[in-house]
Design a protein around this ligand. Structure first.
Ligand code: XUL
Ligand code: CO
Length: 444
């Protein structure tokens, strides 16, 4: 892919010209050790398998603040005083970063890209103006949009929820934002559209009609689907589960909850799941578990790649560097047949204490290398290690005879009784978990 050095009038990352692949012997921190975009793994290149995306919000909007202290990170693109001028500068910086890093995709919320105006119409106009510039930048650089979304959780009007707000007028504002964000996503050729229900949950059962709120959430998703399809959106709608934070309980708690919700409301044909690693661990699951549940349901849509910290209970959104986790994730992705129109979006931010501009590159380089290695190890485990063959062999007794009849629903409970009586006591077959775990480490 041809990539321009930087776009716009000003270079925001002069210290980095591009990020080359140099291999694991390299001591250059600003080079890839494992991610070699054109390297073929199985039937696809690394770039095609991994479909990396940079997120606009953490990377260009978050400035290191936490609940106990203000911004620590100073960005030159925030210098213009006028909000729209600052939005243009931020977009130049963003496209410069994307192209220098060498990712094919990016993701954004409406409010990351364009400031909120004094009215619905002004907000729509601001976004439309920035979308025009983004379309030009995509044209110049070859960048593509993995997904767009609406931020219907930050503004104080959404403190009681967006689609699940008890007041119709707030629900209407959420609808207006989702409509404009869908327009923007379609205008930029977005391959997916995401719903993360940040405040779509409750803080107190005493003041919430949870049944009504969940119906309202389904209604909003149906309206968005119908509008999206009516304006030519042919991509995938995605719901991103998270169990809590900022609400005490979020209705999209985890993958299995979302899968049940989508099926119950007739949405599963248009919607899939966007699994975030840190949201999985917040729900008490592993990243791989969430991916597996989606793959089993045929609803694995896309991934927000990051990690939490085992010592913290919250959403730390760190860059993913845990190879064991990445292998576990890529095993699920490969077995599901790939990510389809989804990708690996780094919903991750550098630490509050990481204040050099190059740190943003270093975080992404680490994440990309981790998943590139994870891909290679997972591929080898399946192809050479026979990992899935040994798992599948455990179920051989269902492949024919009465096992196949059981799976087909052709046996009755009485038939199971007669089979048990005929075979007598059985000697259990070892699950061989230790052998499988040793195999994983052998390939890592
Ligand atoms: C928040 C989160 C969001 C979504 C998009 O935890 O993950 O950034 O990915 O709204
Ligand atoms: Co996310």
């Amino acid at each position: 892919m041809s990539r321009s050095i930087f776009v716009g009038d000003r270079e925001y990352f002069p210290g980095v010209k591009s990020v080359p692949f140099e291999g694991r012997e390299s001591d250059n921190p600003l080079a890839f050790k494992f991610y070699d975009s054109d390297k073929v793994v199985g039937d696809k290149t690394m770039e095609e398998h991994l479909r990396f995306a940079v997120c606009y919000w953490h990377t260009f909007c978050a400035r290191g603040s936490d609940p106990f202290g203000g911004d620590t990170q100073v960005f030159a693109w925030d210098e213009p005083e006028q909000p729209m001028a600052a939005a243009r500068a931020k977009m130049d910086a963003a496209f410069e970063f994307f192209t220098k890093l060498g990712v094919p995709y990016y993701c954004f919320h409406d409010r990351d890209m364009a400031p909120e105006g004094a009215s619905v119409a002004e907000s729509e106009q601001n976004l439309a103006t920035m979308v025009e510039l983004a379309a030009e930048r995509q044209q110049e650089t070859g960048m593509k949009l993995l997904w767009g979304t609406a931020n219907v959780f930050s503004h104080p009007r959404y403190m009681n929820g967006a689609a699940t707000n008890p007041e119709l007028n707030v629900v209407a504002h959420a609808g207006a934002q989702i409509k404009a964000a869908l327009d923007a996503t379609v205008a930029l050729g977005g391959e997916n559209y995401v719903f993360w229900g940040g405040r779509e949950g409750y803080v107190s059962l005493f003041n919430s009609n949870t049944a009504r709120e969940q119906e309202h959430l389904a209604r909003m998703l149906q309206m968005a689907r119908d509008y999206g399809r009516s304006i030519g959106f042919s991509g995938t709608f995605l719901v991103e589960p998270k169990p809590m934070e900022p609400t005490k309980h979020q209705y999209d708690f985890d993958a299995q909850t979302v899968i049940g919700f989508l099926r119950h409301h007739g949405l599963a044909g248009d919607f899939k799941v966007n699994v975030e690693a840190n949201h999985a661990t917040l729900a008490g699951h592993s990243f791989a578990h969430e991916l597996r549940m989606c793959a089993d349901a045929g609803l694995l849509g896309s991934i927000d790649a990051n990690r939490g910290d085992p010592q913290n209970g919250w959403d730390t959104d760190q860059f993913p560097t845990d190879l064991y986790d990445a292998v576990g994730a890529m095993l699920q992705v490969l077995e599901a047949g790939g990510l389809g129109s989804g990708g690996l979006n780094f919903d991750a931010r550098t630490r509050r204490e990481s204040t050099d501009m190059e740190d943003i590159f270093l975080g992404h380089i680490g994440g990309m290398d981790t998943f590139a290695r994870g891909l290679e190890v997972a591929h080898a485990l399946i192809e050479k290690g026979g990992l899935n063959r040994s798992r599948d062999a455990r179920y051989d007794s269902f492949n024919d005879g009465q096992g196949a009849q059981f799976e087909a629903g052709e046996l009755k409970l009485e038939d199971l009784r007669d089979l048990a009586a005929a075979v007598g006591e059985i000697s259990p077959i070892s699950g061989k978990q230790e052998q499988v775990e040793n195999l994983i480490n052998q390939y890592i």
